[in-house]
Design a protein around this ligand. Structure first.
Ligand code: SF4
Length: 373
């Protein structure tokens, strides 16, 4: 809002002195020194050096914490306003990320979730190619006490063999990947200006599963993008049947003013978008239910996030915080600890089990996400 409409806000609300866009913290010091700072323009003002007090002990809402490794995005997706709001892709330096990760672990985080607009572009603006696997190695080596490291928001064409190898061999990195694909039809993806070679996408999924047979894959998908025909939607259904994602977030397309998608011809009526949404969700629910049922009998390491009257709620490696399912079980582990939970039954999205023993530390050598790894 401030990035897109800052000038209007200042013009229309007299009580507002100034509006900052994302990542304009330095502008605050310059403004206080009396320099003119123009929102949304490349800084022609002199950045004034100032100290931000070091973060000592952040208050975490649970045993999991997000670590933002970059901000901004250079991709041209025609449905998305984020590049206009956040600007060009910019990585956080590896040294600072190590420090932030150590601070989070000292504050009690057992799991760190790496987030970005495109995590697989990490380091590109710093002159690195394929920098994410190196960052994973560095964090695993330098951050004592880190049990789980999870990667969100990979870009389809950038899941490299080195990244797959790092994920498969670093014990702290959970076998889980979120790759937002948005669609399964080449033509729709082309209109979205997304990677649209479905052979490459399918090969990526096969390579990930070959290296980590137990991997949980998450994606997000859009129904009703402009021009989506019934046949193209059918391609999406076929693709989801083939891919058998463990998790999928589905959204109806929502035109965002200022993006090319909003100006495209052949906008799909809302009723059609919603009907396709329900069909896709129904298919994904069946896939998810089968996947959950297949976990019955396995023992999973579960990070406990809540407890009431002996009933515990936690997450296994298959579940990212806030967006995926949970594991419910009876046991004695405390919040923030790991428990070994034998899965006894399942629902469409969640697992139910009983605790076998409690662990406080990560299992060595990558064993223990589930039997068979
Ligand atoms: S959808 Fe993701 S990759 Fe595409 S422009 Fe938006 S933030 Fe970037």
């Amino acid at each position: 809002m401030t990035g897109l409409r800052g000038r209007e806000i200042v013009a229309h609300i007299p009580e507002v002195d100034h509006v900052f866009g994302v990542g304009q913290w330095q502008a605050l010091a310059s403004l206080v020194r009396g320099q003119e700072v123009i929102l949304g323009q490349a800084p022609d003002w002199e950045p004034v050096p100032f100290d931000i007090p070091a973060q000592t002990a952040p208050l975490l809402p649970g045993p999991s914490a997000y670590l933002k490794i970059s901000d901004g995005c250079n991709a041209p997706c025609t449905f998305c306003i984020i590049p206009q709001i956040k600007g060009r892709f910019a990585s956080v330096s590896a040294g600072r990320l190590v420090e932030e990760a150590r601070t989070l672990v000292r504050a009690g985080a057992k799991e760190i979730v790496l987030v970005a607009q495109d995590s697989t572009a990490y380091g590109e603006d710093l002159g690195q190619r394929d920098g994410l696997p190196d960052l994973l190695c560095l964090l695993c080596r330098e951050v004592d006490g880190l049990a789980w490291l999870r990667v969100m928001y990979a870009y389809p064409g950038r899941v490299s063999p080195r990244l797959i190898e790092a994920m498969a061999t670093l014990p702290q990195v959970v076998p889980y990947l979120d790759v937002p694909l948005q669609h399964g039809s080449r033509e729709v993806l082309r209109r979205m200006k997304r990677p649209h070679n479905m052979d490459i996408v399918r090969r990526m999924i096969e390579d990930l599963r070959a290296a980590m047979p137990e991997i949980a894959l998450r994606t997000s998908l859009i129904t009703g993008f402009p021009g989506e025909t019934e046949a193209e939607f059918g391609e999406l259904l076929d693709f989801v049947k083939w891919a058998r994602f463990d998790r999928a977030g589905v959204f109806t397309y929502s035109p965002q003013s200022g993006t090319p998608g909003a100006e495209m011809d052949r906008q799909v009526p809302d009723i059609v978008k919603r009907r396709r949404y329900r069909r896709l969700m129904s298919l994904q629910r069946q896939v998810s239910a089968r996947k959950c049922a297949a976990m019955v009998g396995q023992t999973l390491q579960v990070l406990v996030e809540g407890e009431k009257d002996g009933l515990h709620a936690g997450r296994s490696y298959r579940d990212a915080p806030e967006v995926d399912g949970v594991v419910l079980f009876r046991g004695h582990a405390r919040v923030g600890e790991f428990a070994n939970v034998e899965i006894t039954s399942s629902t469409d999205y969640d697992l139910i089990g009983a605790e076998r023993s409690t662990r406080k530390a990560p299992l060595p050598s990558g064993e223990g996400w589930g039997e068979g790894r």
